[in-house]
Design a protein around this ligand. Structure first.
Ligand code: NAD
Ligand code: USQ
Length: 391
């Protein structure tokens, strides 16, 4: 299948590109390299050394794999995106190409605008490009579990039947997101649902939980094929951060009481879910929603699991409840359905079974690259700006 991957230089986009090329698909990747620039702004960098996209693609060729084509540009630029669609004529589009850090989106008005303009405009361009140049193609869009927030009711997969004043309808599940970033995904979901309904496009919205890990079958083929690992307080996600903190004997930073519950999944399961969505496409006119995670934990439970893993390695981890920089519920009900990908055949890698030895080993091997200034939170949902500029 001809597959176009938007955001193909990112944490998930690059391993997905290799995975799908390895399965024999014709893969093209697009990236604007905005992410590498945003890293510079925050003063952060990947813990794992990563190569440029050009070097990655070349190395992939050299290990004897089906070539991956790369195109550099911004999907908010219509002329560029038009040329991409005409050149690649995609049958499936995997859309990872967005700004993805909730803390960044809460730093200031400017950061909120950068996040929402990039995400909403980019996605609008993608759906117009589909309509004009590839109306039969299938959009596999990365959404987020954070679109739903933490409501005091069970979370369904995308839709809920509502009875109101004696009448019934099936509506999109209500959204209660917790940051301007998560809101950008809600706006995307509404725009995509709308064009499926009025233009007959087809799309799968993958409401993904928090991803962890860096190892996939393909990243293991050569060090130059590694994907990024973020650990700073703006880009780093909770489990990846805990592992890095454990590896350098820094306290694991549980924000607030630690009862915040989220869905989690192994990076290998992200690739499997995207592949399953591509191979089992939505029908014409269908806006399909899958909740993409495999296990749920509180962030305190997660810290205890990482600490257990670290102790087994002979390390001496500590857990610290730090003042929560975010405005979020720290104790709440959480029960999110996630059966549709399992029904399609997903075989999860569960944290409780795989442990995290591989990840802990990897982060320790790069511990000399850790900038300890980036470990405690230096942003605040209510105050905005980073407390101190970083070099
Ligand atoms: P990432 O920041 O590592 O990768 C995103 C890539 O998209 C970057 O390389 C960036 O340069 C590119 N990009 C951004 N805007 C672009 C634009 N306008 N034009 C072209 N390229 C653009 O992020 P990631 O962790 O790989 O996440 C990928 C997607 O998955 C995001 O949409 C994110 O919201 C979603 N997601 C991620 C996680 C997670 O835990 N990492 C969880 C749930 C959902
Ligand atoms: N947290 C801690 N300690 C830390 C870091 C985070 O306790 O050191 C807590 C946060 O307060 C929050 C939870 O962990 O309650 C998750 O935070 P996170 O930074 O791991 O995840 P989040 O900000 O929600 O964003 C990440 C990705 C985003 C994706 C989202 C999926 O950056 O792109 O959309 O996970 S989800 O959380 O399901 O919405």
């Amino acid at each position: 299948m001809r597959i176009l991957i938007l955001g193909g230089d990112g944490y998930l986009g690059w391993p997905t590109a290799m995975h799908l090329a390895n399965k024999g698909h014709d893969v093209s990747v697009v990236d604007s390299f905005h992410r590498r620039l945003w890293d510079d702004e925050i003063g952060s960098q990947s813990l794992t050394p990563i190569k440029s996209l050009r070097e990655r693609v070349r190395r992939w060729d050299e290990v004897g794999k089906k070539p991956i084509e790369m195109m550099v540009g911004d999907i908010c630029d219509w002329d560029f995106l038009e040329s991409v669609f005409k050149k690649t004529d995609p049958e499936a589009i995997v859309h990872y190409g967005e700004h993805r850090a909730a803390p960044f989106s809460m730093l200031s008005r400017r950061h909120a605008v950068v996040t929402q303009v990039n995400n909403v405009v980019g996605t609008l361009n993608v759906i117009y490009a589909m309509k004009e140049f590839a109306p039969e193609s299938h959009l596999v869009k990365l959404g987020t579990m954070g679109e739903y927030g933490t409501p005091n009711i069970d979370i369904e997969e995308g839709y809920i039947e509502i009875s109101h004043h004696g009448r019934k309808d099936i509506m999109q599940f209500p959204k209660k997101p917790g940051s301007f970033y998560h809101l950008s995904k809600v706006h995307d979901s509404h725009n995509i649902e709308f064009v499926c309904r009025i233009w007959g496009l087809r799309a799968t919205d993958l409401n993904q939980g928090v991803v962890y890990g860096v190892h996939t079958e393909e990243t293991e083929l050569h060090p130059d094929l590694a994907t990024r690992l973020d650990y700073d307080d703006v880009w780093g996600t909770v489990l990846n951060r805990y592992c890095v903190q454990a590896a350098i004997d820094h306290p694991l930073t549980v924000y607030g009481k630690g009862g915040q519950t989220r869905g989690f999944l192994d990076i290998r399961d992200t690739l499997a879910c995207v592949e399953l969505a591509i191979l089992n496409p939505a029908a014409t006119g269908e806006f399909r929603v899958f909740n993409q995670f495999t296990e749920q934990f509180t962030v305190l439970e997660l810290a205890e699991m990482v600490a257990d893993g670290a102790r087994k390695m002979g390390w001496e981890p500590m857990i610290e409840n730090v003042s929560n920089p975010r405005i979020e519920l720290e104790e709440h009900y959480y029960n999110a359905k996630h059966t549709k990908l399992l029904d399609l055949g997903l075989q999860p890698h569960l944290l409780s079974e795989t442990l995290i030895d591989g990840l802990l080993d990897t982060v320790r091997s790069h511990s000399d690259r850790v900038d300890t200034d980036l470990l405690y939170p230096s942003h605040s949902w209510s105050e905005g700006q980073l407390e101190k500029p970083r070099s």
